[in-house]
Design a protein around this ligand. Structure first.
Ligand code: NAD
Length: 260
């Protein structure tokens, strides 16, 4: 029997997921991380979270675009470590192309990872949460779950879908101790966005710094990147009793992007 409730944060070897994992570790949760990639990156993420935690940091290297792999990994994790109290569906990918040129196989990948994975983790974690009459499901959507931009048809569709799943799950659990909410970040400086900054800098023939400034000035009125610590703090708050009546909400953290 473990002495701390368990939090699973998907896509937590980098960026926003890592920021949320550190915040939840500081709040006293035992963390299970997830992500793909090189072992040294995974180990350094695990060490970073461990520095904020009094508990061993678990890891599952499951590819969340594979529903069968999700089912196997979560069934094993729950059998070994117990019910998951906090589920943060954060893993995501981006691909930019006009809808008429969008490769169908990449459409399927984006929907599988950014939307269907959250359905599978939710359906597998909910029974344990309902049995404990406590649970927090936090879906990391995006401003692109609320509004669209050009050249991101699969991402925008998946994130709008994720907000729909958030609302549906919230209604179905409304009379229980489980809440389900979506966080909708604007531009947040992470490896995912770094690629877009570099592409923009190259197109404009400017420095990476000016590429970042140009990206911000187009959409984000604050002209300042959101930080992963700010998103971690919001996730941590959503896990408190003070947030027990916040459910089904889509919370923008976007420097005013969706106020326009
Ligand atoms: P990131 O690229 O820094 O991290 C992505 C994480 O997902 C990594 O841990 C990676 O290993 C993991 N991952 C990728 N494919 C996976 C797979 N198939 N299975 C399991 N794990 C996988 O990205 P980020 O910027 O931190 O984005 C995290 C989430 O936040 C995404 O859902 C993204 O859409 C969303 N988001 C990001 C921004 C932003 O500006 N960075 C804005 C809005 C929303």
């Amino acid at each position: 029997m473990r002495d701390a409730p368990l939090a699973l944060v998907t896509g937590s070897t980098s960026g926003i997921g890592l920021g949320i994992a550190k915040a939840l570790a500081e709040a006293g949760y035992q963390l299970c991380l997830n992500g793909l990639g090189a072992m040294d990156v995974i180990e350094s993420a695990r060490a970073e979270v461990a520095a904020h935690s009094d508990h061993p940091v678990l890891f599952i290297g499951t590819d969340l675009s594979d529903p069968q792999a999700i089912e196997t990994a979560l069934t094993e994790l729950i059998a070994e470590a117990g019910a998951i109290s906090v589920l943060v569906n954060n893993a995501g990918m981006q691909h930019t192309a006009h809808v008429k040129d969008f490769p169908p196989e990449i459409w399927d990948q984006v929907i599988a990872l950014n939307l269907s994975a959250a359905f599978h983790t939710t359906r597998l974690c909910l029974p344990g949460m309902l049995a404990d009459n406590f649970g927090r499901i936090i879906n990391v959507a995006s401003v692109h779950g609320l509004v669209a931009s050009v050249n991101k048809p699969a991402y925008v569709a998946a994130k709008h879908g994720l907000i729909g799943l958030t609302k549906a799950t919230a209604l179905e659990t409304a009379e229980t101790g489980v809440t389900c909410n979506a966080i909708c970040p604007g531009w947040t400086h992470t490896p995912l966005i770094q690629k877009q900054i570099e592409a923009r800098a190259e197109t404009l023939g400017v420095s990476i710094e000016d590429g970042g400034r140009d990206l911000l000035s187009e959409k984000q009125p604050s002209k300042t990147f959101v930080t992963t610590d700010q998103l971690g703090a919001l996730a941590r708050f959503l896990c408190t009793d003070a947030a027990a009546q916040i459910t089904g909400a889509s919370l923008p953290v976007d420097g005013g992007w969706t106020a326009q």
